[in-house]
Design a protein around this ligand. Structure first.
Ligand SMILES: Cc1cc2nc3c(=O)[nH]c(=O)nc-3n(C[C@H](O)[C@H](O)[C@H](O)COP(=O)(O)O)c2cc1C
Length: 198
């Protein structure tokens, strides 16, 4: 575990937008959701849309953990439901207690600052304070896994709007997940369809 200011590259959070599972807490109740961590021009940012539990927890606590995860089932499950407590470990460090995912390849805990609130979202700067590398996995890019991520993003929009355009995109990415993905990717797509009632 690293408590000097962590080098984000080492923990798998590079320039651009990294799709992570953000864990937060509210009165000891852990929460997890897929959230993009934005690294640009020497800054790290998060944009949280109003209405989510993550928004509320970060608004109140000014703290979040970005978990780097390669398990597509966690992406789908945490988007549409609450993960049960078996998914979490609780870390105690320097008077802080916070949840992380026990399946994370790595995680970085951030304090939020310079938070700006608009009518739609909160944007905060993220300052890394603790980090941990659990496992390194060498894996070639897989279009099936990426397709699950794309389908899940479109599913959140479909759920909000009911727009058929998103449904077509979900179906397109589902075909790709079946063609290129591994068993977990295919299962994750099935789970996504179940959550959407398709
Ligand atoms: C790959 C992916 C990335 C996402 N990135 C963000 C994001 O950066 N900001 C955000 O507010 N929501 C993002 N979402 C949507 C949230 O994960 C979604 O609204 C979730 O249901 C919120 O859960 P919560 O209420 O437990 O916080 C993303 C979803 C996916 C699938």
């Amino acid at each position: 575990m690293e408590s000097e200011k962590p080098d984000l590259d080492y923990f798998g959070i590079f320039s651009g937008i990294s799709e992570t599972i953000v864990t937060t807490t509210k009165v000891s109740l852990p929460n997890a959701a897929p959230i993009g961590i934005i690294r640009k021009d020497n800054k790290v940012l998060v944009r949280l849309f109003k209405g989510s539990q993550t928004y509320e927890n970060v608004y109140e606590g000014n703290f979040l953990v970005a978990n780097v995860v390669n398990n597509p089932l966690i992406f789908v499950r945490s988007t549409f439901s609450d993960l049960d407590t078996s998914y979490f470990d609780v870390i105690s460090l320097e008077d802080r207690e916070f949840p992380v995912l026990n399946d994370a390849l790595s995680w970085v805990a951030f304090e939020c600052s310079s938070t700006k609130i608009t009518s739609e979202a909160l944007v905060a700067e993220l300052n890394p304070i603790f980090a941990c590398l659990n496992r390194c996995v060498v894996s070639a890019p897989n279009r099936g896994f990426n397709a699950v991520l794309e389908a899940t993003v479109h599913a959140t929009r479909y759920r909000l709007t009911g727009d058929d355009e998103y449904l077509k995109l979900i179906q397109m990415y589902a075909r790709l997940a079946v063609k290129c993905g591994n068993e977990r990717d295919k299962l994750a797509m099935e789970m996504l369809y179940d959550f959407l009632g398709l």
